[in-house]
Design a protein around this ligand. Structure first.
Ligand code: ATP
Ligand code: MG
Length: 210
């Protein structure tokens, strides 16, 4: 009785390299927050992402600072350093375990774009991940999730109720494109918060193509 009356709190978790953070990330997180009644969304910049070892990722401290600046005006957004403080390769499953401990009253909702969502069954300890969290897959232009969902429904019926799709106003913005624009001397205004654009300029980030 007591238990069923207890309010269920939901914590959104937005993981990413954020090199740099942009409006695609922020819109996805905000729409997920309001549509799924998330109490807050924690942005978790990766430390040393194992899947991006082919490209030199900007130092974690700089990526962290850009995320922090972009969240300053939203009281429901916060940043977590759990991944950048962890040494060695960082896995989502470890982050979720830690957040579970830090937020024992909350159900976790991991927010991804549909490009990342389609890969989740290949993630390290994916079964455990789906025991720990729900997923919200925010639509991303060019990455349809229909096939993924149909396949999951037939092959993974036990977890499908934890995977949710969310249509967000389409933003075909990516960090890759922003880096290429800076390297090519093109404008990145209005693709990301102005204070992040200024930070990129002040710190001469992304000037060479990599
Ligand atoms: P990169 O081009 O370097 O991969 P990115 O723009 O994809 O950068 P990430 O840091 O890789 O950004 O993404 C973090 C999370 O945000 C992922 O789950 C990704 O799918 C999601 N995401 C990124 N951009 C968008 C977007 N425009 N719309 C919806 N989701 C997005
Ligand atoms: Mg990406």
């Amino acid at each position: 009785m007591e238990k069923s009356r207890r309010k269920v709190y939901r914590l959104g978790v937005m993981g990413g390299t954020f090199d740099p953070i942009h409006y695609g990330h922020l819109v996805a997180a905000e729409m997920a927050r309001t549509e799924f009644a998330l109490e807050k969304v924690l942005f978790v910049p990766t430390g040393n992402p194992p899947h991006k070892s082919g490209r030199r990722v900007s130092p974690a401290a700089l990526r962290y600072e850009m995320v922090k600046r972009s969240l300053a005006d939203n009281p429901f957004f916060d940043i977590s350093a759990v991944e950048i403080e962890r040494s060695g390769p960082s896995f989502t499953v470890d982050t979720l375990r830690q957040l579970r401990r830090e937020w024992p009253e909350h159900e976790l909702y991991f927010i991804t774009g549909t490009d990342a969502l389609r890969e989740i069954f290949f993630w390290h300890e994916s079964e455990e991940i789906l025991n720990l969290t729900h997923f919200i897959g925010a639509s991303r232009p060019g990455f349809d999730a229909g096939d993924f969902l149909r396949k999951s429904e037939s092959e993974k019926p036990q977890v499908i109720h934890r995977i949710h799709l969310l249509e967000v106003p389409a933003l075909a913005i990516s960090s890759t494109d922003i880096r290429a624009r800076v390297a090519g001397g093109k404008s990145i205004r209005y693709l990301l918060p102005e204070n992040v654009r200024q930070f990129i300029q002040e710190n001469s980030l992304y000037l060479t193509k990599r």
